[in-house]
Design a protein around this ligand. Sequence first.
Ligand SMILES: Cc1cc2nc3c(=O)[nH]c(=O)nc-3n(C[C@H](O)[C@H](O)[C@H](O)COP(=O)(O)O)c2cc1C
Length: 154
Amino acid sequence: MRSVIIFFSNSGITEKLAKRIRKDTDSDIIKVLPENEYGGYVVSIVKMIKEKITKNTTRFINDIPDLSEKDTVFVGYPIWGGGVPQILLDYLSECDLSGKQIIPFSTAGASSIKGSLKKLKEVCKGGKIKYPFSVTKKNRGNYESWINKIRSAG
Ligand SMILES: Cc1cc2nc3c(=O)[nH]c(=O)nc-3n(C[C@H](O)[C@H](O)[C@H](O)COP(=O)(O)O)c2cc1C
């Protein structure tokens, strides 16, 4: 598996999971960074709502990567307002993901990853979404069996 992890994390929870995946799959890793920090929980929520209303999303500062050598892209994010944070959707929509296997993972207070997949699919043009995995406060999921399934599928 020639893989890369592309993730966004505001308060570090998704980042921790991303790093665990990196360790277990020997993937490259890209943390999508906002040009202005979102800030703490309440401030971020206010910003997210403002961005939704104005459609004026915080830009990322990362370059767009050359993914031609990769066959698998792990995509990680906190669930924001039930879905994928717009900054990550914006980043992914500029990446060439055609022909890639896209493996999404999310962390959240309570929301599962399910409600985020439709939008993710729309921006990962030509990619194939597989093995979505979510962690919530109540449901930690079974990380070991998930990662083993992916590793054995290659
Ligand atoms: C702006 C914002 C929106 C959020 N929306 C949701 C949500 O819709 N459902 C949910 O269960 N948790 C929601 N949360 C909680 C985060 O998904 C959760 O804390 C996540 O694990 C944070 O990951 P991070 O540390 O990688 O940023 C939200 C948090 C923020 C800051």
